[in-house]
Write a protein that binds this ligand. Structure first.
Ligand SMILES: [Fe+2]
Ligand SMILES: [Fe+2]
Length: 193
């Protein structure tokens, strides 16, 4: 079965919460790509299709996904922490756990990157390396399932409601700046993060 890595982009920098949600779909899709390659190719030689899919997914997690973490940790979460409302405090308390999960995910992604790059380089993996890759990918999939659910069901709706249009626009501008992109309302947006 072909490994799909195409993306449908919907939101713009004028809609930063929507953009963060789009990023989650990319994270899920590229993670699925890695799981599929690891499952189909086992530890053996990579087909051209598997190689291309693996390169795209590793590159995404190496270069683009960290910007999503920065969007949340440097822009969205601080903005939420500044909201002075008792009902927001409980939500903000969850943010620290999300930040710890970011650190765990980053360490696991480094491990996946290292094994994946080795696989691309030598075109095989030792059985224990393949087993480790699958184990870490399973852990990442489980971590993201809970992490993304909390962000999309608890954090983002509150952010959407509690932040002013000005604050959201400021977040969008910083996200655009992080990617060296322009901020124009209604304009196309970022492609890969
Ligand atoms: Fe997150
Ligand atoms: Fe997120």
């Amino acid at each position: 079965m072909p490994v799909s890595i195409g993306a449908t982009q919907e939101s713009s920098f004028a809609n930063p919460i929507g953009l963060l949600t789009d990023c989650h779909r990319r994270i899920e899709r590229f993670l699925e790509v890695l799981v599929r390659v690891a499952t189909e190719a086992r530890e053996g030689s990579l087909s051209a299709e598997h190689r291309h899919a693996m390169e795209a997914a590793l590159s995404y997690f190496d270069r683009a996904a960290p910007m999503h973490t920065a969007d949340e940790e440097e822009d969205l979460f601080p903005e939420l922490r500044r909201v002075d409302r008792p009902d927001i405090e409980q939500i903000v308390a969850r943010v620290s756990r999300l930040e710890s999960e970011h650190s765990i995910a980053t360490a696991w992604h480094h491990e996946v990157h290292e094994i994946g790059e080795r696989w691309l380089r030598q075109d095989y993996l030792l059985p224990h390396e393949a087993a480790e890759l699958k184990r870490v990918l399973t852990s990442l999939t489980e971590l993201y399932r809970g992490h993304i659910a909390v962000e999309e069901n608890e954090i983002f709706p509150v952010a959407e409601e509690a932040l002013s249009a000005f604050e959201k626009e400021a977040i969008g501008r910083r996200m655009a700046l992080r990617r060296g992109a322009g901020f124009i309302v209604g304009s196309p947006n970022m492609e890969h993060a």
